[in-house]
Design a protein around this ligand. Structure first.
Ligand code: ADP
Ligand code: 5GP
Length: 223
């Protein structure tokens, strides 16, 4: 299956948001989802267990390893990777649904997934969320209280490896103050939507019209 938008001429926005665990990307993405009703969230498949409060089909599609492997073998994923000891993947179906229902899609995926999506869709826009410090990253991850100690240590140990891949991304947002960080992320989404190339169809449509196609305005034709 092919993916949309291999050039910026497509209006559909594919926004990738990545970060080390605990930096705040879920928090920031949730705000984006609340503010941009037409941006769909790509619900990934994962083999990790649901956390308290997570709902199957909302945060993730929770599957066991054989089911995940079967989907991978069936080429059902646009990208997939092993992250912190579990499998995570974005299905083509999820992207197709987002394309039918909205004018853009947000991916909360790691740098390996970002690399794969960007290889398929060069026009995808990618943002890396950076914690203000490693100490603050640890404070936030522990403060969230969702991981046991070995998982916490594993995620912290992986943080530097993830940050080392910042070069894969178009933008970096430092999540120091949450409101400021969100303003930066929102500005990126708005700015990307204003790119000239994304508006080429609209411009061409207007160019193909004549003044007679305009609704009566009370202006020069309405006297
Ligand atoms: P991620 O999705 O990147 O793993 P989360 O969004 O779950 O991270 O955030 C981890 C924890 O840090 C959460 O408890 C969240 O409320 C908190 N948090 C997020 N951003 C900030 C911030 N700017 N300042 C302080 N705490 C934050
Ligand atoms: P968590 O277990 O905290 O929800 O997510 C762990 C990591 O997996 C995060 O970095 C998150 O962005 C990443 N992730 C979630 N879904 C996907 C996916 O579909 N593909 C990839 N490559 N990474 C994912």
């Amino acid at each position: 299956m092919s993916l949309p938008s291999d050039s910026l001429s497509d209006e559909f926005l594919m926004l990738i948001v990545s970060s080390p665990s605990g930096a705040g990307k879920t928090t920031l993405c949730n705000r984006l989802r609340a503010d941009f009703a037409d941006l769909r969230f790509s619900v990934s498949h994962t083999t990790r267990r649901p956390r308290t409060g997570e709902v199957d089909g909302r945060e993730y599609h929770f599957v066991d390893e054989p089911a995940f492997r079967q989907m991978a073998a069936d080429q059902a994923f646009a990208e997939w990777a092993e992250v912190h000891g579990h499998y995570y993947g974005t299905s083509f179906g999820e992207i197709g649904r987002a394309r039918e229902e909205g004018s853009g899609v947000i991916f909360d995926i790691d740098f390996q997934g970002a690399r794969q999506i960007r290889a398929r869709v060069p026009a995808a826009v990618s943002v890396f969320i950076l914690p203000p410090s490693l100490t603050e990253l640890e404070r936030r991850l522990r403060g969230r209280g969702t991981e046991d100690e070995p998982t916490t240590l594993r995620r912290l140990a992986n943080a530097k490896r993830e940050i080392a891949h910042y070069g894969l991304f178009d933008y970096v947002v430092v999540n120091d103050d949450l409101d400021q960080a969100y303003l930066r992320l929102k500005s990126i989404a708005i700015g990307e939507r204003c790119r000239r190339q994304r508006h080429a169809p609209r411009c061409e449509h207007l160019l193909a019209m004549t003044h007679q196609d305009d609704p009566p305005s009370g202006g020069e034709t309405g006297k």
